[in-house]
Design a protein around this ligand. Structure first.
Ligand code: DC
Length: 229
């Protein structure tokens, strides 16, 4: 008798900026042999295109049209996702401050989100993905096999970001202000505000090490895989 291979799961990891989603999602995907998709990078790519094409962050219809005229691709690599905008590698550019702020602004619009969610559903439909973002467990894959909401104390999240970016003085202050504003916008927008799905495992990483967080998520994935057999 031939063994039936395990169905490849859809793992959703949501949470605010600085909670450690990217690191956990990348490590988990590597361990499982899955693909890690960072959906925030898609909102970032659209924000970059809006900057380049001089489309206002206040114009929902123009932003939605811009999205549907664009090709935004995520290519998983060993060191995170490569981001392609209309075939051009914009991986580093989309991490800059103006694009980061823009991503949070374009992501409030229902028409933009509709387009993004449809693309993300296509990308993850076959399973074998660890998809991270803000609305993966609530909106993109409400039936995801595993849902994790990763949170941490805002002060700790800010400190982690400052360390990652090696910022001090006025640059550090600006970065903290930007994170707070982005948090506020992500949590209060009308469409798919950042919130844990009712059936998500909520993990507060404030006083957990990265390894401890990863272990808990892995335990959950393993339980799910066992249930299939
Ligand atoms: O995860 P990130 O910091 O790269 O995300 C950039 C912005 O995109 C963030 O401020 C909110 C938005 N976003 C979203 O609304 N939904 C997602 N699934 C991912 C990101």
């Amino acid at each position: 008798m031939t063994a039936i291979p395990n169905r490849k799961l859809i793992v959703a990891i949501d949470g605010p900026a600085g909670a450690g989603k990217s690191t956990i999602a990348a490590r988990l995907a590597r361990k499982l042999g899955y693909v890690n998709l960072e959906t925030g990078a898609m909102y970032r790519a659209l924000a970059l295109k809006a900057i380049e094409w001089d489309v206002s962050f206040d114009d929902e219809a123009a932003l939605a049209k811009l999205a549907s005229d664009s090709r935004i691709q995520l290519e998983p690599t060993h060191s995170g996702n490569r981001v392609l905008l209309d075939g051009r590698d914009v991986t580093a550019r989309v991490r800059e401050t103006d694009v980061t702020e823009g991503a949070s602004r374009v992501s409030v619009y229902p028409k933009v989100r509709e387009w993004m969610v449809a693309r993300q559903q296509e990308m993850g439909a076959g399973g074998g993905v660890v998809m991270e973002g803000r609305d993966i467990g609530t909106k993109v894959f409400p039936n995801a096999d595993v849902k994790v909401f990763l949170d941490a104390d805002p002060v700790v999240r800010e400190q982690r970001r400052l360390q990652q970016q090696n910022l001090r003085g006025s640059e550090a202050e600006a970065s903290v202000a930007e994170l707070r504003e982005r948090d506020r916008r992500d949590r209060t927008r009308a469409q798919s505000p950042l919130a844990a799905a009712p059936d998500a495992l909520v993990l507060d990483s404030t006083s957990l090490s990265e390894d401890e967080v990863l272990q808990r998520v892995e335990d959950l994935v393993n339980r799910k895989l066992l249930q299939q057999n």
